[in-house]
Write a protein that binds this ligand. Sequence first.
Ligand SMILES: C[S@@+](CC[C@H](N)C(=O)[O-])C[C@H]1O[C@@H](n2cnc3c(N)ncnc32)[C@H](O)[C@@H]1O
Length: 195
Amino acid sequence: MKTTRSPQMTGCSRTRFPRSPCTVCWALHLCRYFGEQSVQLAGKRVIELGAGTGVVGILAARLGAEVTLTDLPLALSQLEVNVSANMPSSGWPSSPPSVLPLSWGEDHMNFPSDWDLVLCADIIYLPETYPLLVETLTHLCKNGASVYLSSKMRKEHETPSFYEEHLPSRFNVELVHRDDKQNNNIYKASLRTDQ
Ligand SMILES: C[S@@+](CC[C@H](N)C(=O)[O-])C[C@H]1O[C@@H](n2cnc3c(N)ncnc32)[C@H](O)[C@@H]1O
């Protein structure tokens, strides 16, 4: 998969960027998990939040999912470039991924709630956004979507508190994979029925 970041993206768009040598590596944890678990992506309606390079969503689209990639406005032109660079030679099996702005806690009402899967790769590192992200996930998952989240468990960014406090306030949360060496967890979550 070809991905690039534009010069203005070195700060991971306008937000703070976690001190990670390679954010794509954390997204690849989720790609690998989908392959190992044979998670069915073809035909699914998928939205990715904080897509960044778009690696996970683009993989899903190449496998036949109908994908919407979202991020802050500044990140979108690079996402478009990565989508074009990764079009299969035979064309997209479903449709080309859509690229749209979605700032957590602000724009989610512009999106429907009928997704099959919501993907989140390495987006849990800004504690001030945790309540906003839960609000956005709650809207997107109203009709039963499953959320997959891959995170390096950075104590300095309070990442564990997102999974132990913020997300469980509205979602059933299951740890489905842990990489001890990389300190990376993958969670699957679904909106609690009492919400
Ligand atoms: C560390 S990067 C991860 C990118 C990509 N998911 C990956 O794993 O390669 C975090 C992404 O979250 C996005 N982001 C940060 N705060 C956001 C917010 N409030 N709303 C929407 N996206 C946000 C950033 O623009 C960035 O693309």
